[in-house]
Design a protein around this ligand. Structure first.
Ligand SMILES: [Zn+2]
Length: 306
């Protein structure tokens, strides 16, 4: 090889090496630029609106009513079947610091004497098992005005009470007089007192997001305008059916609840719950003791729904 040829080859090699260096350098610049971009995106994220509110859900069993006739829960059930039903309030702990209760249980001595619950603990004490004091409950969503869901509503001194406007106006008049005996007279007086004290927020119908991440729905027709709640969690939407679906058996066998003003509407509501919930197992019935077996206990008589 001639020396000129050698130098040509060497120069060509050096050129290729330089080109490679430039290519690497460009790559580093692009990567650095991307890094800056990613950093900028991260920065701008902190300026965006906050993430959607999510809720931790706890079912708290504050009593059981033994030997309840299943035919009172499941339309057409064999009258010999009995069940120790769970009496439950549902605590929602929000990523925004709010503590929401769905239903309020019962407290009156005459109810305790009549129904003889076992393992009864007053709902304002029961919530402390899930780490929240009664005074820290910011909101109580009442699914319907029956004694075992509404009678404890005034045990939470700082709570706003959410209930459907038509549920209130159907059951009591402007003076608090009972219009439909589905509500107990003492509970009608209590509802009227809460209303007079400005503590009641009336909900106007179906599919209302009343609190960020909590939407209520009507159509279950357990009472005149009973409602149920769809709750946003880190694992999607949980539906708290309350008495619009008493037991898992209602949903599994497509059977309406025994106490309904409109069986077709109740079945439609249960079918709708399946479209609202992120999974069927996240539809939570009102009185089924199986809830406390299907979900993990975090304290005695307290399960985390997830
Ligand atoms: Zn009920």
């Amino acid at each position: 090889m001639l020396s000129s040829e050698v130098s040509l080859v060497t120069n060509a090699l050096i050129d290729r090496f330089r080109a490679r260096l430039r290519w690497i350098a460009r790559g580093i610049m692009i990567a650095t630029g991307l890094g800056t971009l990613v950093g900028a995106t991260r920065l701008s994220h902190t300026a965006l609106p906050p993430q959607p509110i999510t809720w931790e859900i706890y079912a708290i069993r504050y009593a059981s009513v033994p030997n309840f006739k299943i035919s009172g829960l499941i339309a057409g059930a064999d009258t010999s079947r009995r069940l120790d039903i769970a009496m439950t309030v549902w605590l929602l702990k929000g990523s925004n610091g709010r503590n929401v209760l769905v239903d309020a249980g019962f407290q009156r001595a005459d109810l305790i004497a009549r129904w003889k619950p076992i393992n009864y603990i007053r709902p304002d004490s029961a919530v402390t098992r899930a780490g929240v004091n009664a005074a820290d409950i910011t909101d109580v969503i009442i699914s319907h005005i029956h004694w075992d869901h509404f009678d404890g509503a005034n045990l939470f001194p700082n709570a706003k009470i959410w209930i459907q406007r038509e549920e209130v106006e159907h059951h009591i008049d402007a003076a608090g007089k009972v219009l439909d005996r589905a509500i107990d007279a003492p509970d009608a007086a209590m509802l009227d007192a809460l209303r007079s004290a400005g503590k009641v927020s009336l909900v106007n119908g179906d599919a209302q997001q009343i609190i960020p991440g909590i939407t209520v729905y009507t159509g279950g027709k357990h009472t005149y305008q009973s409602q149920y709640a769809g709750v946003n969690t880190t694992q999607g939407t949980v539906v708290i059916a309350s008495d619009n679906m008493y037991l898992y058996e209602n949903l599994d066998h497509h059977v309406p609840i025994a106490q309904t003003l409109n069986a077709a509407s109740n079945l439609a509501a249960q079918a709708r719950m399946e479209t609202l919930a992120s999974a069927k197992r996240l539809i939570i019935p009102g009185h089924d003791p199986l809830v406390f077996e299907r979900f993990a206990l975090v304290k005695p008589d307290v399960v985390r729904i997830r």
